[in-house]
Design a protein around this ligand. Sequence first.
Ligand SMILES: [Mn+2]
Length: 322
Amino acid sequence: MTAGSSSDVAALLRRAADDAGAVTILCHMRPDADTIGSGLALGLALDGLGVDVEVAFPGPEELPAALRELPGSKLLVGPAHLVGQPVAVSVDAASVARLGALDAHFGAAEHSVVIDHHASNPGFGDIDFIDPAADCTAELVLRVLDDMGVELDVDIATCLYAGLTTDTGSFRWARPESLRVAARLLDVGVDGRGWSRRLFDTHPFSWFGMVSQVLGAAQLDRTACGGEGLVYAVVDATALADLSWEESESIVDIVRTAAEAEVAAVFKQVGAERWTVSLRSKNTVDLVPIARAHGGGGHRHASGYSDAGPIDEVIARLRDSL
Ligand SMILES: [Mn+2]
């Protein structure tokens, strides 16, 4: 693996375009707006240059409804129909494990590229363009597109904007560069108001009942984390009922507002005794080593991992590791 720059990635993709080549773009499991937005933006740009493009994410979860409305979703291919092209690009995946079963396509490519902004990313491609100083992978894709000389259109800009606004919490923790990029994308014609509503402010009515149940049972452990406090909630299969999996993703943004706790956790049931854990911290606690200790990864103030077993044991394991 080689630490690479946006211009290294741009040169490789420019060669693919000049040779009428083919590129596979891989997004991470439990796909969010940054991985899909980054993948589709890059896919649309390459498609416009005559490259044969396929974009995919691993199952079993389906694409969140809001992301199905993104331009370029026609480029998405189900895992079973993926060809696996000579150039493979992983977007927003913090490790090869986040590609699930699609890792085989990444490993089999003649040229593999990692574009990501997770601090925990060890690098797993032939070219690793990883910048933890970026708020989102979409910004890194934009740097590649700029280096390729691609002119932004509203469809590409919309996909980038979806990743940007999601990974900055609607710009709440956006760095100056992210706001400059946002202005540029809005100038191209992105419907910022509409995408905020679709991405953050739209839920089925039954989401209210799930939130009520889950928050009503949330726990505050003031002594955890060296006295800095842990607040947590559990979204089990019963609570989620027939809601789509992505409806549980917003819970952590409510739970983390508890004034009494530095760390917030949401345990989401994904199987009989299988859980994904979302972690958030406010100031002092760096979540990267904690998530890594559980086999996961992420950012300083937002990370996650998977665990298995009875929920009481899963919670205890987290508490003991803080
Ligand atoms: Mn991201």
